[in-house]
Design a protein around this ligand. Structure first.
Ligand SMILES: *Cc1c(COP(=O)(O)O)cnc(C)c1O
Length: 394
């Protein structure tokens, strides 16, 4: 299938690129030079596809949700990434990157994680491949997300606390980059979303594009057309959205909708809505929209769902937004919670709070009975039980 790609410098329009310290040039240049050749090789494709099938459990089902369809007056399908091994889409990317790292001759893996979901997906593939793994995590996040810290340790990964700054994701990222600079030859840095310097956004998009590749076949079989009227996905860094959009970006029939986390509301300071509130700047090595103060300091984002509280978005989404190829909306904590309760009780599926943001857009749409809508259910809600529980009795 056709690839949707940035230019050779990694730009989607004016967004993206590779703004990295000179010390990182050798690593980034090596990746840029090698990644596409490796991904396109037949032995990579064979190993990647076998693992996606037998280890992850793909293809993930495309489920016709009769009850949501009745409620919203359209034909609503759920792409069940929640059924993947480790409970979300993130494993698609970590499998791709570990296979790439092996072929680059790397000996060790590092990653950063906020909520711990990407850390767990990375620790999982490192266990599978017998690679040494270090995951950097803010000290505060480690306390907040203890079950994921325990999971990573059980999988044999060393979890390194980031003790500087606000002791959260951005500090963990800084520590991971420092480690990478100090070990340029034998370390591969697995980034968890379509963010970071080129070629990460493109590489992660290609690994996640399996989602829309499967969707095309499944929709054709179930509806007689590959192209739905709408695809809706939540937007943190943007990898599940990009995976769900990838093969539809130039399809005139399909409207692409990404839902950011508004947190307590875009009119408050407790939000993670990068497109609604952000301005252009550089974060983690690429140019995109990010939430920043007037003098360019990154603002600590907030969302009820830990996977969406990233202060920027992948450069490809900045481009999709500006070019009108995707519509970027947002949903508040309360809207997402309501949508999470609704899916649980209408379908017996407890969604991740991230995915609940995508579902929260349904009541705001004007749908016709003939409309085919796919909601990308990026993950399952087991990890969010504590948060759901708090709202069960109110
Ligand atoms: C991490 C995560 C997200 C957000 O990341 P994207 O790169 O925007 O997809 C969304 N849903 C789930 C379940 C996650 O774990």
């Amino acid at each position: 299938m056709k690839k949707f790609k940035p230019n050779t410098e990694g730009f989607y329009g004016e967004y993206g690129g590779a703004f990295v310290p000179e010390m990182l040039y050798p690593n980034v240049k090596q990746l840029q030079a090698e990644y596409q050749k490796i991904i396109d090789s037949s032995d990579f494709q064979a190993e990647f596809n076998l693992l996606l099938h037998d280890y992850v459990g793909r293809p993930s089902p495309l489920y016709f949700s009769k009850n949501l369809s009745r409620k919203y007056g359209a034909q609503i399908y759920l792409k069940r990434e929640d059924l993947n091994h480790t409970g979300a889409h993130k494993i698609n990317n970590t499998i791709g990157q570990i296979l790439l790292a092996k072929r680059l001759g790397k000996k060790r893996i590092i990653a950063e994680t906020g909520a711990g979901q990407h850390g767990v997906a990375t620790a999982t593939v490192c266990a599978l491949m017998g690679m040494e793994c270090k995951v950097f995590m803010g000290e505060i996040d480690m306390a907040r997300q203890k079950p994921n810290v325990d999971r990573m340790r059980l999988l044999g990964t060393e979890v390194v606390p980031a003790k500087s700054g606000s002791k959260t994701l951005k500090d963990a990222t800084n520590e991971a980059i420092r480690e990478w600079i100090n070990n340029p030859v034998d370390v591969h840095y697995i980034i968890g979303s379509v963010v970071g310097p080129h070629p990460y956004p493109d590489m992660v998009a290609q690994f996640q594009s399996i989602i829309s590749a499967e969707m095309k076949k499944q929709l054709l079989e179930k509806t007689g057309s590959e192209s739905p009227d709408y695809i809706i996905a939540c937007l943190g860094g943007g990898s599940n959205a990009m995976g769900a959009f990838y093969h539809y970006i130039d399809d005139p029939k399909t409207k692409l909708i990404a839902v950011e986390a508004a947190g307590k509301g875009v009119e408050t300071t407790e939000t993670a809505a990068s497109i609604a509130l952000g301005r252009k700047g550089i974060i983690h090595g690429s140019k995109t929209y990010l939430i920043q103060t007037d003098d360019g300091q990154i603002v600590e984002p907030y969302s009820i769902s830990a996977g969406l509280d990233y202060p920027g978005i992948g450069p490809v989404h900045a481009y999709l937004h500006d070019s009108g190829k995707a519509e970027i909306v947002n949903a508040t904590d309360m809207e997402a919670l309501a949508a999470g309760f609704e899916l649980s009780q209408l379908e017996g599926i407890i969604p991740a709070l991230e995915s609940a943001h995508a579902l929260a857009h349904l009541p705001k749409m004007k749908l016709k009975p003939s409309d085919v809508v796919v909601v990308n259910l990026s993950g399952r809600g087991d990890k969010d039980m504590q948060t759901y529980q708090k709202f069960l009795n109110v």
